[in-house]
Design a protein around this ligand. Structure first.
Ligand SMILES: CC(C)(COP(=O)(O)OP(=O)(O)OC[C@H]1O[C@@H](n2cnc3c(N)ncnc32)[C@H](O)[C@@H]1OP(=O)(O)O)[C@@H](O)C(=O)NCCC(=O)NCCSC(=O)CCS(=O)O
Length: 375
């Protein structure tokens, strides 16, 4: 896909920022298990926290192709940070714009787009997993208030603990209207973070087990119509999956660049190793897979820009890009041999960070389910 001048300019600006301000600190962010709040403000200054939101509400007013290009560049510098940027844009800001009422938008959008409030997406429970409609959580509606009464384990992203908002859903099979979506400020009484999970990678972007115990929220916290929360969540995941596909491309791109630079520089058996056919062909295959993944991401984003259905294409892009990315990072490590396995060259961290792209926002098998339904 050919990029227009605006898209190219956004890509170059984000690349320059990410390579200068993020990449050199990426290992330190991982070690610290988070990011300084000032970084989100800086990124907000570039429009990265509300990229596709209209300018009237403080957003960058960019198209989805530009958003995907920006995410690729952020991910090439730091995978975990691109997860936060993806959730903030695709689930939180876009979700508020799509389903939030004007009071909710006025309350939350300025802080989210300004990077002073970081959103978290809480979808499932321990026994439900990918089958998010099967959450057994009890829900009671009384006098226009909603109460959650049982423990709930959900995915939770913590970027900045004191300024976080949750997205919470309840379902009872006794209630035909089903699941509802809520905006839950993290200082709501009864909102507990039980555990910050210890993960293989992306240590700087938290995943937490939440518990809502006698946690009451008012009607003003209901996102969209009561009982329509499941559809709201799934529709937000459409753009979310383009985001995960984009970050897969970004991480793979960073790994491949390291491998190509190394293969040009490293001499063995009397010549740069890229001139050995085994190495050159491997890099050629990896570059081809990366380009295919990139084009699938941009195609899905372009469909979204055109207002065309893109559930199938978003699922295909995520499936292909996330699986290709792990193979590309692994091939990059192989190219560096023992050095690739060391922390010093940056590939080990990317390998840790990229694996989850095949799992979150719908596992590869969930993407296959969605694609198969659309055949
Ligand atoms: C596996 C599933 C795809 C199964 O889905 P269902 O069969 O249970 O649901 P549907 O009947 O298809 O849809 C229900 C409802 O939603 C509407 N819907 C669905 N998709 C869209 C859409 N793209 N746009 C608009 N509306 C949509 C659909 O029309 C139905 O509405 P009606 O009831 O007919 O009115 C599904 O369960 C699934 O995707 N599972 C995976 C969940 C997942 O991705 N989990 C992880 C997400 S969070 C995360 O990983 C964050 C991690 S981070 O670190 O923070």
């Amino acid at each position: 896909m050919l990029l227009n001048a605006t898209q190219t300019a956004i890509q170059e600006a984000v690349r320059a920022f990410a390579q200068d301000r993020i990449r050199p600190r990426s290992a330190a962010f991982e070690a610290a298990g988070g990011y300084p709040a000032g970084l989100f403000a800086e990124m907000a200054g570039l429009g990265l926290m509300g990229m596709t939101a209209p300018e009237e509400v403080g957003g960058a007013g960019a198209d989805y192709v530009s958003y995907a290009l920006a995410l690729i560049e952020v991910a090439a510098a730091d995978g975990a940070l691109s997860t936060i940027v993806s959730i903030q844009n695709s689930i939180m800001v876009s979700g508020l714009l799509k389903d939030g009422n004007s009071a909710q938008q006025a309350r939350w959008l300025p802080a989210m787009i300004g990077g002073t409030a970081i959103g978290a997406f809480a979808l499932t429970e321990a026994d439900a997993g990918s089958d998010a409609a099967a959450i057994p959580h009890a829900r009671a509606a009384r006098r226009r208030r909603l109460a959650a009464r049982r423990h709930q384990a959900v995915h939770h992203l913590r970027a900045h603990r004191r300024r976080r908002h949750g997205h919470r859903r309840h379902r009872s099979r006794r209630w035909p209207q089903g699941i509802s979506a809520f905006l839950a400020p993290t200082d709501t009484p009864g909102y507990f973070v039980d555990k910050t999970e210890h993960k293989l990678g992306q240590a700087a972007s938290d995943t937490c087990a939440l518990r809502f115990e006698d946690c009451f929220v008012g009607d003003d916290a209901l996102l969209g119509e009561e009982g329509r929360g499941y559809g709201i969540a799934l529709s937000n995941l459409e753009a979310g999956r383009i985001g995960i596909a984009a970050q897969s491309v970004g991480m793979a791109q960073a790994a491949l660049e390291i491998a190509i630079a190394y293969a040009r520089d490293r001499i063995s058996f009397g010549k740069p190793i890229i001139e050995h056919q085994a190495v050159g062909f491997r890099l050629a295959d990896l570059a081809t897979r990366l380009e295919a993944a990139r084009q699938m991401v941009l195609h899905a984003a372009a469909l979204k820009d055109a207002g065309a259905p893109c559930l199938r294409e978003a699922a295909m892009a995520k499936l292909f890009a996330s699986e290709a990315a792990e193979a590309i990072v692994s091939g990059a490590i192989q190219t560096l041999g023992g050095y690739g396995y060391l922390e010093d060259f940056g590939l080990a961290k990317i390998y840790r960070d990229v694996r989850v792209c095949q799992i979150y926002e719908g596992t590869s098998d969930i993407q296959r389910m969605i694609i198969a339904r659309a055949l």
